[in-house]
Design a protein around this ligand. Structure first.
Ligand code: PBG
Length: 326
């Protein structure tokens, strides 16, 4: 009988050793909380497919953002749910539109403690639910959409948003918005390019969260889930166009893309742990099939290990609390 000379288990022998050699860290400051604010409500409305997540009123939004700041999260990402929609998404660049009003409120409430971020996409504001404006034949018109995005970017910057999340997947969106902002004196507004955003089945619960009007799918602008190289290409294009940060989305089913993007660009890379990822862990936990806290923290750690510098997650506030307890 010969005994092993090489014993990797030595590094796992005690909590103290494991703690000292753990390669990846997870900190509250690396978490961003996505939040929904809905026009015309006075109390938060729960989202049934995302237990624990709600469409906020302006008041409950402020309270939840303060709670997030106190927990130590790094930022919040705001999505608006308007009462009225139209073909061009007029509510998106209306200074009195819900997203812009709520942004100003959050900047006032938590703007010193948190990076206040806004989703820049038309889908919540259009009556057809697409991320852009449509041509007569019903396809999404890339270049006409860019003009709407620039108007939306200026409205968000004027409302005080620190960082715009460009999630619409139109070609040239980063360059067009950067140019438009700089021309109006907003050269300090950060741009997050949703570079590798895939047409995913896991966005399901989000459609309830924003009361989406979409018929069909987004496969003419979001990426095919089978394409790794194409995600990398989009990230390189966004970096070249001047994005300050790039995104990979969803997170858990695209960890390989996340790693490659992290290795290829020289700017921060974030990942979005989306609604369906949240719903799956919540549903399994509610059934007693997995340990909720352990599963959530492992999922976030794994996304960090794959290369995310920060993670957008609906668990940001509770996870920040758990990390502090540890
Ligand atoms: C589109 C947008 C979507 C999400 C964020 N921004 C939905 C989509 O692309 O269909 C999904 C986020 C989530 O599922 O948590 N503006």
């Amino acid at each position: 009988m010969s005994f092993p000379e090489i014993r990797p288990r030595r590094l796992r022998q005690s909590p103290a050793v494991r703690n000292l050699v753990r390669e990846t860290s997870l900190e509250a400051r690396q978490l961003v909380l996505p939040m929904f604010v809905r026009e015309g409500i006075t109390e938060a409305v729960p989202i049934s497919s995302m237990p624990g997540v709600a469409q906020h009123s302006l008041d409950s939004l402020r309270r939840a953002a303060v709670e997030a700041a106190e927990a130590g999260v790094g930022g919040v990402m705001l999505f608006g749910v308007p009462e009225v929609r139209d073909a061009i998404g007029s509510g998106a660049d209306d200074p009195d539109g819900i997203l812009n009003v709520a942004t100003a409120a959050l900047v006032e409430e938590v703007g010193d403690a948190l990076v206040v971020q806004t989703d820049l996409c038309l889908d919540e504001f259009t009556d057809h639910g697409h991320c852009g404006v449509l041509t007569d034949d019903g396809s999404v018109d890339n270049d006409a959409t860019l003009e709407r995005y620039v108007a939306m970017a200026l409205a968000q910057a004027r409302a005080g948003s620190h960082l715009l999340g460009l999630s619409g997947m139109m070609d040239g969106q980063v360059a067009a918005i950067r140019r438009g902002l700089d021309a109006e004196g907003f050269s300090g507004t950060l741009l997050l390019g949703y570079a590798a955003k895939y047409a995913s089945a896991f966005y399901g619960p989000f459609r309830e969260a924003v009361d989406s009007q979409l018929q069909g799918d987004r496969r003419t602008y979001q990426l095919d889930p089978g394409n790794r190289r194409e995600g990398l290409r989009e990230a390189l294009i966004d970096e070249a166009e001047g994005a300050d940060i790039v995104m990979v989305k969803p997170a858990m089913s695209f960890l390989d893309v996340l790693r490659e993007v992290r290795d290829a660009v020289h700017i921060p890379v974030w990942a979005y742990q989306i609604s369906g990822e949240y719903a799956m862990i919540e549903a399994a936990s509610a059934n007693g099939w997995i340990d909720r806290r352990a599963a959530v923290l492992e999922s976030l750690l794994s996304i960090r290990r794959a290369g995310a510098d920060a993670v957008l997650t609906y668990w940001a506030t509770p996870a920040a609390g758990w990390l502090r307890e540890r």
